[in-house]
Design a binder for this molecule. Structure first.
Ligand SMILES: Cc1ncc(COP(=O)(O)O)c(C=O)c1O
Length: 454
């Protein structure tokens, strides 16, 4: 007989049966918290703390945690007891959601393949691009993040993610993000099926390109018959203001990958929007009607959540809100923070923003910073994250491929009081790092503890 297991205490079972290192890291950072209720931008912990979510699950919670209209739609769907997943039919809700996504995205995007994650969407984009062009190569921008399945990982240049996993997809190559000449040289070979790029690099450090860059990219892709695939897994669903970030730059991609915010954080979901021609290259005959599918992709709850999320985003005008709150955020942060010597750029679009830190020039700060950087390049950023969390009860993260940039991406519903709480907290933290030797000595202590336990 199985023995009864007592209630999990802060990840014991998770550590034992899922991923012990993750629990250790959370413990070291004092971020291993039992959340009991989440609503909007607030996450309530069992110990009474209310943590503000300025990460949004890496741009999942655009409509906030547990939006009541999305919850109600899901409950309603469950009460109907209709088919949750059924392979041998054409699901009405998937058709409805696809139609709305294509209408919102516009341009040449007239068909959708539904996936269950961002990575799976990227995998599909690779296959569809190869099928359409008959070419095997995929060109990507260095420093991007596209997901950790083998195909998606092949499109990421950072060795940290690739190391230890053996040979990846042949034919994947990189050009520096923003470098139009390098792109032109590569595409001249006409051997690439697609150029895959984030319109704004999220994990790369919230890098916003010039309008000319993306227009130039589109032009080169068209001239060399290379498909332009935009990874809008983070930037889509009004995160940067318009429905997709492509609209900021006036480009019309051949494919767009969406995921994360699509189902309000409830059901794994992704969508690859594409032109009719690309879709027709894969589903090209009756015989090939099911040549690319995925069991869970069009499941009823994901589709219903997607429709409810689109309703909320439209009715609450969250795109316009992302634009205006984001602009105010960057302005206020610039006013309050740029006087500090470690502050680099404050940048972003809508509510996808980054605060960049840079090594200090003054001797006293430089010695402390360098001691720190010697231990590990990621530690400075992680100490910021820890202190924001533990001193100010705010969850934010550094960018996965650029540890000197703190990413600020609250739910698009963030209110004035939450905005002020964040601005006050980051201002105090930045002031502390510039004025208090205790900040650095404590941070060094934490850093050594972290390194000992790794
Ligand atoms: C830009 C981008 N693309 C793709 C992915 C992969 O998405 P998923 O984790 O849902 O597989 C991510 C995940 O963070 C992402 O940020």
């Amino acid at each position: 007989m199985l023995q009864a297991v007592s209630r999990d205490s802060l990840g014991d079972l998770y550590a034992r049966y899922v991923n012990p290192q993750w629990v250790r890291l959370l413990d070291v950072m004092r971020m291993n918290v039992d959340y009991v209720r989440c609503s909007g931008a607030e996450m309530h912990a069992a110990d009474g703390r209310v943590i503000l979510d300025f990460n949004s699950g890496y741009c999942v919670h655009n409509v906030g945690h547990n939006h009541p209209r999305v919850v109600a739609a899901l409950k309603d769907e469950l009460d109907k007891s209709g088919p949750a997943i059924m392979q041998n039919r054409a699901p009405t809700l998937a058709g409805e959601l696809a139609e709305r996504l294509c209408r919102l995205a516009g341009g040449r995007l007239g068909k959708v393949f539904f996936a269950s994650s961002g990575s799976e969407g990227i995998e599909a984009a690779i296959k569809f691009a190869r099928a359409h062009t008959g070419r095997a190569g995929i060109l990507c921008a260095g420093g991007g993040f596209h997901g950790l399945t083998c195909g998606a990982l092949s499109l990421m240049s950072n060795d940290f993610w690739r190391e230890g996993f053996g040979a990846l997809l042949p034919g994947a190559e990189f050009v520096p993000y923003g470098d139009i000449e390098a792109l032109e040289r590569k595409l001249a070979s006409k051997s690439f099926a697609a150029f895959v790029v984030e319109p704004i690099q999220g994990e790369g450090g919230v890098v916003v390109p010039s309008k000319e860059y993306l227009a130039g990219v589109q032009d080169l892709c068209r001239r060399t018959k290379t498909l332009l695939v935009l990874d809008e897994v983070q930037t889509g669903l009004y995160r940067t203001g318009p429905f997709i970030a492509a609209h900021h730059f006036g480009v019309e991609p051949d494919m767009v990958v969406l995921a994360k915010a699509l189902s309000g954080g409830f059901i794994p979901s992704g969508a690859v929007l594409m032109s009719d021609a690309v879709c027709g290259s894969v589903y090209s005959s009756l015989k090939r009607a099911l040549v690319h599918t995925s069991t869970f992709s069009e499941n009823t709850l994901a589709m219903r959540a997607g429709l409810a999320v689109l309703d909320v985003l439209a009715d609450e005008r969250l795109g316009a809100r992302a634009m205006s709150v984001g602009e105010r955020l960057r302005r206020v942060l610039c006013e309050r923070l740029t006087k500090y010597e470690m502050l680099g750029e404050i940048r972003g679009l809508g509510l996808l923003n980054g605060i960049e830190f840079k090594p200090p020039r003054s001797l006293k700060l430089r010695l402390a910073f360098e001691a720190f950087a010697k231990i590990h390049p990621a530690l400075f950023g992680q100490v910021l994250v820890m202190r924001l969390f533990n001193d100010h009860r705010i969850l934010a993260q550094v960018c996965g491929n650029n540890f000197m940039v703190l990413k600020i991406s609250p739910p698009l519903t963030v209110d004035d009081a939450q905005f002020d709480r964040f601005v006050g907290a980051i201002e105090k933290l930045v002031e502390l790092m510039h004025t208090s030797s205790a900040f650095w000595s404590e941070a060094l202590g934490i850093a050594r503890r972290v390194m000992r336990s790794i």
